[in-house]
Design a protein around this ligand. Sequence first.
Ligand code: ADP
Ligand code: ZN
Length: 550
Amino acid sequence: RDDAARGRDDDLDRQLSERFGLPSFRPWQREAVAEILHGSGRCLVLAPTGGGKSLCYQFPASVLGGTSIVISPLIALMEDQVRSLNDRGIPATYLASTVDADERRARERDLFAGKFALVYIAPERLAAPGVVEKLARLRPPLVAIDEAHCISQWGHDFRPDYLRIGEVLRALAPPRVVACTATATPAVRAEILEKLGLPDGETKVVLRGFARPNLHLSAIECDGRSSRRSWMMRAIDDALGSPREPKGAAIVYAGTRRSTEEVAGLVAARGYRVAAYHAGLEPEQRSVVSEAFAKRQLDVVVATNAFGMGIDRPDIRCVVHVAPPGSIEAYYQEVGRAGRDGQPAWGLLLSGSNDIGLRRRLIEHGRDGQQVDPAERDRQWNLFRELLRYVEAGSCRHDFILRYFGDEQELLGGCGHCDVCERLEREGEGERKIGEEEALIVRKALAGVARAQRRAGMLAVADMLHGVSDERQKKLGFTELSTFGILKGHSREWLISLLRRMVTAGLVEITASEFPMPYLSALGAKVMRAQEPVRVLLPPVETTKAPKGR
Ligand code: ADP
Ligand code: ZN
């Protein structure tokens, strides 16, 4: 590196501290900012939430002169950013449909008088007649697209309004474009570049470490509601210490509005200051909860995935999912809210075979019971299967996630403190290989699924394999089957895990009916007949027992 470049770096840092009061850029931020200001002017920034992506457009916008445009889907986040920019003396505003017409006109007047260094715009505003033409008159020196993965149909958070952005960029033809996202899978990355019309090769991609080594990740397969709740309670107690003097905060993610209320009740009974949060609450009620959490008047929030945008509390010590989210992206984003201060923090993901059926139905029928497009359905199902693979991972969880995001540089080769690393350490084994005996177990289980002929759910099939002779099994005719008790040497819990693994391996499919039922896929049928090899890692032998109530 030459002196000129070093001089420029010093210059950037000086401006950073003058304008933003921050001592220095993170190395990757400097790389992105230099590319935008002094390089090609095209940059895609991939970094986890809270990593510091917004500086990559706020800083250039503050030094460029003129008005830069930021497209962002989250109004609450826009408000926060605009406020903190204004606090620093950087004039900024936002336009969204929540701003009333008079106020919007006033903001637009100031905007075209050149008063702002940045204007934030919600993507749906771009559809309003004449807006793009008006914005073109601004001749923005920079257009930034935040949450750029929303343009990707392969991502987990596709928003049709984002598709318009490619066109908008062509109309505005800005000399600089920066796109930011926390979703970095190679497929999503490629789609962002394509849809934004940023040539591959000519656009600098800055991929910041997704590694969060201070997180202690674990995932447990368990079905019972009460055992999930005792795992959850134990995780909270372990992370926070005691309800009297909690060492920070915890977030619990639950699947439904009702379960957030129920679980919050349990946590309250334990003595923590807790509130439930979900989209069914009145907006005022929701902001009361968010603010109380931010001000440390609450220790725990039990929420649906509606909670989290813009949470900036650094001392979250633990994030528990009592129901799994729909993808690894969503999971990593949610669990990534823990440990922002760099101190140790814990993430626990609880999921069971029930969730597979629930998710299948949700995907099939959508949230409002509407028919979902088949391609969309497959896409969502694949994202969820990846998450189940994560749960079953036979090697380090951090490495699994880093590989998933394509962040190969940061692979840890085993973090040493996730549950899988600890288990491997204890058992002194590497990746388990599948032997003849184990392959036979898988084939027997597949035979059981075939004999069940879509007559029963996962639990009943597991009971059949184990040989539980109760009324239900008799009624189903399962006690008469040749596969009844064919795997009686294995516990029901273990058999349920095995069935799940066969789902994620694509050997078993699940019906989308009201009571989801497993059946053999074409591949599963071949594997059963030994026409294809078995490629499933068996569940660990020890079954994890839920902690007894404390
Ligand atoms: P992201 O957009 O990636 O989710 P933000 O841009 O909101 O993350 O940044 C998260 C936090 O990190 C903010 O509080 C911000 O002030 C802080 N931050 C960003 N860059 C730096 C830096 N170079 N030095 C210190 N703090 C920083
Ligand atoms: Zn590990």
